[in-house]
Write a protein of this length. Structure first.
Length: 332
């Protein structure tokens, strides 16, 4: 069975394999005519973990709740499909978390929460409130199968994180976040950062996600953020041969085992990038997580003006010519 809609870069996707994340589910026309997905680091900079590849600098949020809501209002006026809430720290521990999430949903925008999951999402009441708010959830996933590696990534010396994350995942699935929908979407998925230590898990992870209606992308971020520092172990970055083989396996498994024949994109592998505009917790704005060039601040310009400034300075983001591949990472 194929989805009811045809999505940008993907066409009509098989139902029940997590091919499209709710909030990232746009047709080509929608992508070109409205603001797609905005990245907003509106939440606290605090985080219980210390991931080696974290792309945030844990800068202190200085925007007030009133200013955050005003930004959401402006984003809504531009027809944004979703807002990714992904930092500076762990969103779910922010004291304004539900006020921000529920306000976003009330403005007709899908809130997409990138979270460690273990800290708050083992509480079923918390999960149900998040579900009722219309949110989509992306728990942290560096490994679904290797506890030692996953705990090492987050800097957890107690060894508890892996099991707690998996417990939260089970609750999210039980509460319907991975329910198959006729439009082919899911509200639960993973953004898996690929290193030389977990690239061998990609095939098994992909199959697990497809069988459980979980969205997954495989991100070649390294080196970026903290991993761009001089003391980063460059051996953790997969070589080009390993990346090419991973791309081939993803394409083959999806096509032959799940009837999902799609291009392979240089940034996420399984779907094109639909993000545009990144807003920091202090109001600075850059084009996206791939480019941290600051074009202005929300305190000084409207979101509409900032969006135009991005297109003027970085015309590759123009939806009429954008092919879904990251403009800031090499094509493989």
């Amino acid at each position: 069975m194929l989805s009811e809609k045809s999505y940008i870069g993907l066409g009509r996707v098989p139902v029940g394999i997590g091919a499209v994340l709710r909030g990232w589910d746009m047709t080509k026309q929608e992508f070109e005519e409205r603001l797609p997905v905005v990245d907003f680091r509106a939440m606290t900079e605090k985080c219980p973990h210390n991931c080696f590849h974290c792309f945030t600098n844990k800068n202190r949020r200085t925007l007030t709740l009133v200013q955050i809501k005003h930004v959401i209002d402006e984003v809504a006026e531009m027809g944004a499909r979703a807002i990714d809430f992904l930092g500076e720290g762990e969103p779910t521990i922010d004291p304004w978390f539900f006020e921000i999430i529920e306000y976003t949903s009330a403005r007709g925008i899908i809130p997409v929460v990138f979270t460690d999951a273990a800290t708050k999402l083992r509480n079923r009441d918390f999960v149900r409130r998040l579900r009722n708010a219309g949110a989509t959830v992306c728990p942290k996933c560096d490994s679904l199968f290797n506890a030692e590696y996953q705990n090492w990534v987050v800097g957890d010396e107690t060894g508890k994180y892996f099991g707690q994350r998996n417990e939260a995942m089970n609750i999210l699935m039980e509460e319907g976040f991975s329910k198959a929908e006729p439009d082919g979407t899911t509200r639960l998925g993973f953004d898996m950062v690929i290193s030389s230590r977990n690239i061998g898990e990609v095939a098994e992870t992909l199959r697990f996600c497809r069988k459980n209606n979980l969205w997954v992308i495989f991100a070649f971020y390294l080196p970026a953020g903290r991993s761009a520092s001089s003391d980063f172990n460059r051996e953790l970055k997969p070589n080009i041969g390993a990346r090419q083989e991973m791309r081939r396996r993803v394409a083959t498994i999806d096509r032959d085992e799940f009837g999902f024949d799609h291009p392979i994109w240089n940034n996420f592998a399984t779907m094109p990038c639909v993000e545009r505009i990144q807003i920091y917790g202090d109001g600075r704005v850059s084009p996206c997580p791939g480019s941290e060039t600051i074009v202005g601040r929300v305190q000084d310009y409207s979101i509409r003006e900032l969006h135009q400034m991005i297109l003027d300075q970085f015309p590759g983001h123009n939806s009429a010519c954008f092919d879904g591949n990251c403009l800031y990472r090499p094509k493989i």
